[in-house]
Design a protein around this ligand. Structure first.
Ligand SMILES: Cc1cc2nc3c(=O)[nH]c(=O)nc-3n(C[C@H](O)[C@H](O)[C@H](O)COP(=O)(O)OP(=O)(O)OC[C@H]3O[C@@H](n4cnc5c(N)ncnc54)[C@H](O)[C@@H]3O)c2cc1C
Length: 721
């Protein structure tokens, strides 16, 4: 339906262009709209105006509006004619309104006929232009209008293709064209002295109009300069700087920022107040994945019989599991160590950092010594910490978070996990597989609330198969001690239930670290999500102070922090030459439950919520040879594409190694490769990655050219006859 509408509009567009071309030739407009013709007809026109003033004004106005609306080049000649016929005052009034009205009509025609087609064809590439027009469109248009060098008709048509509103276009055009119109109408009053249109704009006049045209942009730069002065006004800027870049926090975001800074030969100091490697290495990704591996082995022992391996017994030695986790951390530690970063050229300081001014940071080392360093740029990569809601009874009962769970020495026999997000699900399943009785409590109606319901259902079923009691739509009310045992009271509807536990783990979110290191004194604002407020270049209100990673949001992922780090480092060190807007268009994420859940781009729920049209193609893993052979034939690959096209809007994979399998879709989306390209790529047999090819095959079958195939079938029949 939409395609048919777009096709019709293209047809009308072609007819309009052909019609205009024909009229231009048929009425010999090329000759009529010339200076010579206007000069030659001047006396006749003036006579007609003297006898029929109202009719002349009306006809002139209508001709001007129509010529402009039809984008017929000749507005300059018509404007000169207004000066010669009506004089300066009335001429200016008529041309000002007629040109603005005609421009508006041309704008509307372009918008109606071409805007939809252009935006849907080049939508993604036009994003920066659309954003620029939304932000500074008025400035751009005003500049273009003030300098009468840019073809008037072309501006009308091009602006129609942008998202600028018609009222804004009209208003800015009317004001912006006034000086140029005045020049040409005045020239029209002196028509006899003009030999060519080029004479009208003397170099001095052109220079003045250029100056006028640059005024809106100069004014904006000046306002920006004043805003910066205001923000920095209260601080004393050092005359010289010790460093080019100081990075606060040596987690994923800080390490990568420092690495890039040192690689481009800047003097960089990285300050870490706790452990090198931050949360990912010490409390997050690394220990959780090591735990997941031990839990998987425990599970495989239990199902060994299904694979023909009998009499397998195994005992979980929890102390050994925890020891392995710490060993794994130790093995990876050198990647993030002081030694490695020092070797890379980064000055690493262990201590607590506080930003004292926009250009200075005070570092207090563990022995209490302080020193203040000056720097041109600061990158804040202070991370996040587990959020613990104020539930009554919590202080008395004690609790675990992702920071403290790695200190356990005994397997909790009854564990309550609060939270149904990725961390809650990964840890619930792991502890259940190791032998804990796990109850997972989630307030909303589904686990992994950001995923499509069918994804959450698969994960829930998997967790339940491993023995986790999953309670969705249950709210934690309070913790009580009854007969020497800890209980959490949860509410579902009007019903309250008590769950007895030995340990309770909070996995209900992570709060950005935003206090205790100077943000308050500098007045750096936070967002409604409590992250540091940054612009698209990751700058705070102080353009030389940046924020990346969990403290900046919008993601809480190691690779997102590392991705942002490049932008912060480059914008900080080289921003005076060129700044880069952080690109979040292709940001993958995975949850390492079994089956894993991995997604890039839009989910179906998100596409519906933001009204993006899509087609779904799905391939179930119970059909995949390798998954069947491995006994992991659960899950699916689901791809959202632009209707009728193979362009990928999003891909979700549920299954064994989903996090790894997703890489192909991430690459495809990043470089604009569609499902046809995935289908045309050889995938090794038998691997899980073939699922990506098969989903592309499903899409291809659904879009097979049925009419053509009917003819091909006839051809084959004829060949056999
Ligand atoms: C259990 C768990 C599992 C996870 N699993 C994954 C996963 O599988 N994949 C994934 O992508 N992400 C995962 N994450 C998230 C990931 O750990 C974070 O997104 C990532 O660590 C964020 O990096 P960051 O640099 O922003 O902050 P962090 O790693 O938190 O580093 C911040 C550092 O700044 C230091 N610091 C703070 N303030 C100061 C100061 N004033 N002076 C000096 N130093 C300071 C802190 O000590 C800390 O070391 C997981 C998180 C958890 C908790």
């Amino acid at each position: 339906m939409k395609r048919a509408r777009l096709g019709l509009r293209w047809l009308i567009f072609i007819l309009v262009v052909v019609g205009l071309f024909w009229s231009y030739q048929a009425f010999d407009l090329g000759r009529l709209l010339t200076l010579e013709h206007i000069k030659a007809s001047r006396d006749a026109l003036v006579d007609f105006y003297t006898t029929q003033p109202l009719l002349t004004v009306f006809v002139y106005f209508v001709i001007y509006v129509l010529a402009t609306a039809a984008s017929i080049p000749g507005a300059v000649i018509l404007t000169l004619a207004a000066g010669t016929l009506f004089g300066f005052g009335l001429g200016l009034l008529l041309v000002s309104f007629a040109s603005s009205l005609g421009a508006l009509l041309a704008f509307l025609v372009a918008r109606y006929l071409l805007h939809g087609a252009i935006q849907s064809r080049f939508g993604q590439s036009l994003k920066p232009i659309n954003e620029g027009i939304a932000r500074d469109g008025v400035l751009y248009l005003l500049t273009l209008r003030l300098v009468p060098l840019f073809p008037f008709w072309l501006i009308n048509l091009l602006m129609g293709l942008t998202p600028m509103s018609a009222t804004r276009f009209y208003g800015v055009s009317q004001i912006g064209m006034l000086p140029g119109t005045a020049v040409y109408v005045f020239a029209g009053t002196q028509l006899a002295t003009i030999d060519s249109v080029g004479d009208i704009l003397s170099p001095l006049l052109l220079g003045s109009l250029l100056l006028l045209g640059s005024f809106p942009i100069m004014a904006k730069l000046f306002v920006n300069y004043l805003a910066q002065r205001k923000v920095y006004g209260a601080w004393q800027k050092p005359k010289k700087f010790d460093r080019n870049l100081i990075v606060i926090g040596a987690g994923a975001g800080g390490l990568v920022t420092a690495y890039i800074g040192a690689a481009v030969k800047a003097r960089v100091t990285l300050i870490e107040g706790h452990k090198m490697g931050g949360d990912c290495l010490n409390y997050g990704c690394v220990p959780s994945k090591a735990l997941i591996r031990s839990a998987k082995v425990a599970k495989q022992l239990k199902i060994a019989k299904d694979f023909g391996v009998e009499d397998v017994t195994g005992q979980v030695n929890f102390k050994a599991v925890m020891q392995r986790i710490h060993d794994v951390i130790q093995l990876i530690e050198p990647h993030d160590s002081v030694q490695r970063y020092t070797d890379l050229g980064v000055e690493v300081m262990l201590g607590h950092a506080v930003i004292r001014t926009p250009w200075s940071v005070e570092v207090t080392s563990p022995d209490g010594q302080s020193q203040t360093l000056t720097t041109r740029n600061i990158v804040i990569a202070a991370g996040a910490k587990p959020f613990v809601p104020p539930i009554p009874g919590l202080k008395e009962s004690g609790y675990l978070t992702s920071d403290t769970i790695w200190n356990l020495t005994e397997l909790p026999s009854r564990l309550v996990v609060l939270g149904g997000g990725p961390i809650g699900c990964e840890l619930s399943q792991s502890f259940a597989r190791l032998g804990s009785q796990v109850t997972q409590v989630e307030m909303t109606s589904q686990l992994l609330g950001r995923e499509d319901p069918e994804v959450s259902e698969q994960v829930k079923a998997a967790l339940q198969r491993d023995g986790v009691v999953v309670l969705t739509e249950h709210k934690a009310l309070r913790i009580e001690r009854v007969a020497g045992e800890q209980q959490i009271i949860v509410q579902h509807g009007d019903v309250e239930t008590a769950i007895t536990f030995d340990h309770i783990l909070f996995a209900v979110g992570r709060s950005p670290r935003v206090t205790g290191y100077g943000l308050e004194a500098l007045g750096i604002p936070l967002t409604s999500k409590n992250t540091i407020d940054t612009n698209a270049y990751l700058q705070t209100i102080y353009p030389n102070i940046f924020a990346v990673g969990d403290v900046a949001g919008p993601f809480q992922l190691t690779h997102a922090a590392a991705h942002q780090a490049w932008y912060a480092a480059v914008n900080g060190l080289f921003g005076r030459f060129k700044r880069f807007k952080v690109d979040y268009s292709v940001m993958p994420a995975a949850t390492f439950t079994d089956p894993e859940v991995a997604r890039v781009g839009l989910s179906e729920t998100e596409a519906k919520a933001i009204g993006v049209p899509y087609e779904i193609t799905r391939y179930d893993l119970d059909d995949l040879d390798r998954a069947i052979a491995d006994g992991t034939a659960q899950g699916f690959v689901k791809v959202l594409t632009v209707p009728g096209k193979d362009k990928i809007l999003g891909a979700t994979i549920v299954g064994e190694h989903a996090g790894d399998l997703l890489a192909e879709f991430v690459l495809a989306m990043k470089y604009g490769l569609g499902l046809n390209k995935i289908l045309g790529t050889v995938h090794t047999y038998p691997t899980m990655s073939e699922a990506n090819k098969y989903v592309a095959g499903q899409w291809k079958r659904a879009h097979a050219p049925k009419r053509l195939l009917a003819w091909v079938e006839k051809y084959h029949r004829w060949q056999r006859s």
